[in-house]
Design a protein around this ligand. Sequence first.
Ligand code: PBG
Ligand code: ZN
Length: 324
Amino acid sequence: MRRLRGRLIQPFLKEYHLQKTDLVMPLFIDETADRLTPIPAMPCQFRYPPGDIGSAVLRLQEKGIGAVLLFGIPAHKDPGASGSYNPEGVIQEAVRRVKSVAPGILVITDVCACEYTDHGHCGIVGEGLYGMDLQNDPSLELIARIAVSHARAGADFVAPSCMLDGMVSVIRQALDDEGFQETGIMSYSTKFASALYSPFREAADSGFRYGDRSTYQIHPGNFREAVRESEIDALEGADILMVKPGGFYLDLVASIRELGLPVAVYQVSGEYAMIKAAAMNGWIDERNVVMESLICAKRAGADLIITYYAADAAGWLDEEQRLL
Ligand code: PBG
Ligand code: ZN
């Protein structure tokens, strides 16, 4: 085995490679911010004021990042998430801005209601069997409406993250009905009820006021259910599937990619925060840990990796290239 690990032959025998076109950078646009706002639980990540999103995307493009996933934080929240489908809403404006300054960037928008509802749940809530909870069917129309408004603003892909049953089929139908046959759907198809989302909920101001998301997201111990979630979304017309979070859940990727669709892996806020915190303490080497986490997602079968480290990784890839 050692002959194949010789310093000169080794680079030729790498089975997987990380490329900039694997990477998607999530960005937060905050309608209430008038300057770049640091996110405490995600050091080096920021909420962008609407006016700064164009230049932020141009900087990413310079580094070779070609895809962004946009999240909006609205000035106003209400039970029906009215800000989420407003044609002049924070995300709709941001999409138009990004598309006008950088038409070559792939724009994916997170489609969910939790940043826009005052209760913080991912759709319409009501009294259920076990108290107040997300109401699946009444939320579908809202989700479809959000997706269409993003498509109308110019999003290339919409990414529903609400884990509603039937979300992909209602979105596909609504997009087709409104003339957006070309708009793709990247479904958060296999999304676990993970404790790793808490820095994000601070970042996007989307924490729930009561309850939790365990009635609509998958329990971390469930494998077959997790595969079935993606299978259903594939049948409903999703173009790209997703496994979220990444690191703890890479075993799912191998099975889900057998469905035949491209698979994205989302290295979530808590994964970012854990690496960053250890690195800031000098306990691990940030660059090596990040690059290891990303190549392992590739090895597991990821076609795309959504990561808050996308911009850093692009820089590190450039450095590796120079060393060859
Ligand atoms: C919204 C949404 C969440 C994330 C992406 N979209 C939070 C949640 O479901 O509670 C998590 C992203 C991250 O932690 O980086 N539904
Ligand atoms: Zn949500």
